[in-house]
Design a protein around this ligand. Structure first.
Ligand code: CU
Length: 495
């Protein structure tokens, strides 16, 4: 058994070395395994919440008491021949999450679920971020194909009071992307406290398909949360399972009135740790998209696994349900959002049998191995037994080449801590899942992905083609409580 106190001490040192957090909260993680304790680690918990919070009473919201909002689409401040330009402030704000209570949040533009950016393929977006926090921060558009200096590199922070403009070329197909904090050591806390929102790209690959659109195309950011009795967010890194209040678009287990017709829901799991196992009470959902946009063809599902950072787009046809029906999107430990079928509507939309063809894969030039596991010698979460070091490049990749990466989760059920899930995210590219333990990917994983769940003991092979300008990009576990503790590496694109 590893010594947890030593691990915490090391974690505290790492955070100080990172120059970020003054106070470090300790943590254990994840799925409790009988008789075993997974590792704790340093964490950029600037508010020292964990200890006191554990004793606090917890506010519980009544399910289905509030209506689910749809995050507003942000209007550009300017449209030029070159780009749509936006301005976003990163700032602390008091927001309303639980009815009648105020929650101290860290936000984009003061909104607990950030305003949605709606971009178009081929039309660049420039966002000027102003950091109004008292410490550095940066922003990453997850799933975007961007140059390195616009990617929100975790060590290249926007100083307090400063602004920086990032340019997103949107040179990729339509997709449900999202933007979130990526400040090393702070990313878990910042995202947990509200630095999360949608970045949607509309692409010509979708034009003419006649999928549900407009008011019937609804992004839903789902996540878990743990509140104290005054509505404050508790980040107790030792008890992620205490985050038992599920939020949909920033409201606790809300309801959402729908018409008897098809809806397109863009589901995003923005939790920092929880893997959602979703179902709609046995009702059919038709999955049409994943991280990188449309699947080759629709896939009928009744269950959907969504790990942190992943997206799934589903079409639900409420015409199959009577007026007055209530369908609840749930996971085994509770409801997430309830859809109340309240009115009739005409429905010219459809889900075609073919959505978007997948191009053939180019020939890979090489294969790399990535072992995801706790490194007991360092008491850190690690990749190939190394924790994150910004001064080390882990993979030098020639621009334009295609590689196969085998990602292996060595935190198996019989490891010292029991099985620990990991979720591998690569910046810059959308990849394809080739196989999972040698078996073909599930149909919902056949499209473009940027984040892939790797269960304890599993081995997943992906193939990515690294087109882009030279520079350094990170890859990491998207259980952000693992990335803060070292489970991150970097690749460098060379000419
Ligand atoms: Cu992980």
């Amino acid at each position: 058994m590893l010594d947890r106190r030593r691990l915490l001490a090391i974690g505290a040192g790492a955070a100080v070395a990172g120059g970020t957090a003054a106070v470090v909260a300790a943590r254990g993680t994840a799925e409790p395994v009988a008789g075993k304790t997974p590792p704790g680690h340093g964490h950029g918990g600037g508010h020292g919440l964990a200890k006191n919070a554990r004793m606090s009473p917890v506010a519980a919201a009544t399910p289905f008491a509030v209506r689910m909002p749809v995050p507003p689409v942000l209007a550009p401040v300017r449209r030029t021949a070159e780009a749509d330009e936006y301005e976003i402030s990163v700032k602390n704000a008091d927001v309303n999450v639980l009815p009648g209570m105020t929650t101290a949040a860290i936000t984009f533009n003061g909104q607990f679920v950030a305003p949605t950016i709606r971009a178009r393929s081929g039309r660049p977006v420039k966002i000027r971020y102003t950091n109004r926090l008292d410490h550095g921060a940066t922003v990453h558009v997850h799933g975007a194909h961007v140059s390195a200096d616009n990617d929100g590199y975790p060590m290249d922070l926007i100083a307090p009071g400063a602004s920086r403009t990032f340019t997103y070329p949107n040179s990729q197909p339509g997709a449900t992307l999202w933007y979130h904090d990526h400040t090393h050591h702070w990313e878990a806390e910042h995202v947990y406290k509200g630095m999360h929102g949608f970045y949607l790209i509309d692409g010509p690959d979708e034009y003419g398909l006649n999928l549900p659109s407009g008011a019937y195309d609804v992004p839903i950011l789902i996540r878990d949360a743990h509140f104290d009795d005054k509505g404050g967010l508790i980040l107790d890194v030792e008890r992620p399972e205490a985050r038992s209040t599920f939020l949909a678009n920033g409201k606790p287990q809300p309801y959402f009135p729908v018409a008897r017709r098809k809806y397109r829901f863009r589901l995003l799991n923005a939790s920092i740790h929880r893997i959602f196992e979703l179902d709609l009470g046995g009702a059919e959902m038709v999955q049409i998209g994943s991280d990188g946009g449309l699947l080759p063809e629709p896939v009928k599902v009744t269950k959907l696994t969504l790990a942190p950072g992943e997206r799934a787009e589903v079409v639900v046809d409420f015409a199959k349900h009577a007026l007055g029906s209530k369908l609840t999107l749930s996971e085994p430990s509770g409801p997430v959002v309830r859809f109340d079928v309240e009115r009739e509507a005409v429905d010219p939309s459809r889900v075609p049998a073919r959505l978007r063809p997948l191009p053939p894969l180019p020939s890979p030039v090489r294969t790399r191995e990535f072992k995801l596991a706790v490194a007991p010698s360092m008491m850190a979460y690690a990749i190939n037994d190394l924790e994150w070091d910004p001064n080390r490049v882990d993979a030098v990749i020639k621009e334009g080449t295609s590689e196969i990466w085998r990602i292996y989760n060595a935190d198996t059920v019989d490891s010292p801590f029991g099985g620990i899930d990991h979720n591998f995210h690569v910046h810059l590219v959308q990849f394809r899942v080739l196989d999972r333990d040698g078996k073909p990917p599930a149909p919902g994983e056949e499209g473009w992905k940027d984040t892939v769940l790797v269960r304890p003991g599993e081995s997943v092979r992906i193939q990515a083609t690294f087109k882009g300008s030279p520079g350094k990009y990170v890859y990491h576990c998207h259980l952000q409580e693992h990335s803060v503790a070292g489970m991150m590496g970097q690749l460098e694109i060379t000419p």
